[in-house]
Design a protein. Sequence first.
Lengths: 89, 514
Amino acid sequence: MSNAFIAFQKNDDSRCIVEAILEDNPGAMVVDQPSMVKIDVPNRLVIKRETVEEKMGRSFDLQELQLHLITISGHLDETDDEFTLSWNS
Amino acid sequence: MDMKIAKKLGLKERYALMTRDLAWDTTYQKMEDVFPQTSYEGIKIHDWDKWEDPFRLTMDAYWKYQSEKERKLYAILDGFNQNNGHLSVTDARYINVLKLFLGSTPPLELMAARGFSMMGRQMNGAGPRVACQMQAVDEYRHFQTQIHSISNYNKYYNGMDEFAHQQSRMWYLSDGKSFFDDAITAGPFEFMVAIGFAFEYVLTNILFVPFISGAAYNGDMAAMTVGFSAQSDEARHMTLGLECIKFMLEQDPDNLPIVQRWIDKWTWRGTRKLASVGMMMDYMLPKRIMSFKEAWEMYVEENGGSLFKDLARYGITIPKCFGQTIEEKEHVTHQSWIGFYMKPEATPFHTWIPSPDEMDWLSEKYPNTFDQYYRPVLEYLDQQEKAGNRYNNKTQPMNCQVCVSTMKFNEPGDPMEMCFRESTYKGEKFHTCSDHCKEIFDNEPEKYVQTFISSHQGLQGNCEPDGADVNAADFKPGQNMLDYWKLDKRALGDFNGSEDQANFAKWREQATKN
C-alpha cells in the first residue's frame, strides 16, 4: 500500500489544517521536521473544509492551502469542500 | 415576488468556464498547422478535452494567492536582512552551500520559465495551455526571488556575483545546464516528462523540502522562505507533470513505449543531477536533519515507488536505472564532495574536510560505505593539508557526454573501480559515465555530440577570455580558465584561511560586543 502525503510550512493556519487532517484521516502519521510538518496517510488523504473551519473558527477557502503548502504525493482531486490525494494501487 | 438567486458555481464549473469556455478551435487555419509541435514525437492524442486539471486554480485565485505568497516572502527577507540575519547562521561554512545552490538554480528556473512559455503556446488543449502558462509565471518568480535572496549575502561574501556569466561556461554548472538544454530542445511532450515529472517529482522534492528544512535548521530564514515558497508552486507543477503522463497513456496504447523511454531517461538524468544536492545535505550543512540517503528513501524510493506502482495499470514499469540508483545512494555524495575538494581553484565556493564528529555522523548514516571507502580518503587528505600539502588537482576533468558530470562515479557492484563507457559515432569516440547515459547517447547521438563541455573545449582553445592571444608562441590551452570563468580569486581554495571565514568571525564578534 502506498502513502499519500502532504507537507506544510509550520504556522498557526497550518497547525489547524494538520489537526483537521488527523481528525478526518484515521491512520495519519505526522513527521515533524525543522520549520515543516509532513503528514502521511495510507492510500488516501482528505482535507475537509468544514473541519478546518471548525479548527480555525473562521471560514476557510481550501485554496488557501496554497499559501502554506510545501509538497504533495498522490493524485489530486480538488472541490470546494474537499482536497483529496490518493493512489490507485 | 421571490427573487431568483443564481446558485454560485462550484470549483469544477468555474474552472471549466475560465479555461475551456474561453478557448476555440481554429477554422481559417487547420489546427495541426497552428499547433505543429505536438505530433512529431509520435505521441497520439485523440481528444484534448479528456485532459483533467488537477489543481483547479482560476486566474483570479492564482494572482490572489501568489501575491500573498510574495508579500510573506519579502516580509521575511526584509526582516532577516535588516536584523543582520546572515550572522545568525550556524557557521560560515554554511554560506558556501548558498553559493552552490543559489549560484546554480536561478538560471535553471529561467530556462523552466522559457520552456513552459513555449508549452503554453504549443499544447493544443486549453487546459494544459493555461496550466503551463501559470507554471511559466511561477518559474520566473522563483528565478527572481532566488536572486533577491542571494543579493544580501553577496554584499558580504565572495564568489556570488558572476553566476549568470558562469552558467554557460563553468564545468560544475554544466550538469544542470545540460539537463534543461536537453529538455527544452526536445519536443513538448518529452519536455513535460523531463521537467514536469523528473525535475519536479524527483529533484525538487529533495532540493526544496529536506534541504530547505536543513537551511532553516541552520538559521537561514532567507533560503527557507525562498525555498518553501517555491516548493508551494512545485506541488502544483508535479500534478501537471503527472497529469500529462496519465493523459498520454490514456489517449493511445502506442504512446506507452515512448513514455516509458522518457521516464527511464529522465529519472536517470534527475538522479545524476541529485548527486550534488545530496552532497550539499551531507557535507555542506553544518547542522544536519537527515542524510541524503534517508531523503532519497523517503522522496524517491517510497514516493516514486508509489507513483510507478500506480502507473503499472497503464503498463509502465519501474525505470531501468532504479536498481542502480538504490546502490548509488550510499556512494554519490561522498564521491562528489571528494571530487570538489580536490579542485580548490576551480569553484567560487570553499571546500573543507569534515570535522571528526561530522565524520562520525557520516559513519552512522552510511554504515555500509563511509568507514570502508570514504573516511580513509578524507583522513588522508586531512593529514596532507595539515602537513602543508593541501590537495590541488590542476588538470581538466573528463566529463560525461550526456549528463556532463565529471567522471567520478563507480562501476556498479565495484566501489573501487571508476565507471565509464565509450560509444563511437561517425568515427569519433564519445565517453559517458554509466550504462544509462550511454543508452541515452546511443539513442540520439546527433543531439549529444553537440554537448558543450568546458573542460574539453578549454583544451581545444575555445574557452579564452577576451584579449587572450591564442596564436602566441607560448600559448597553452586552458591556461586562462579562471579569467574565462570570471572566478573571484578570494572565493577559491580551502575554507580554512579564507576571507569569508575571517570576516564572519570578526562580524559575529562585533554583533555580540561593543
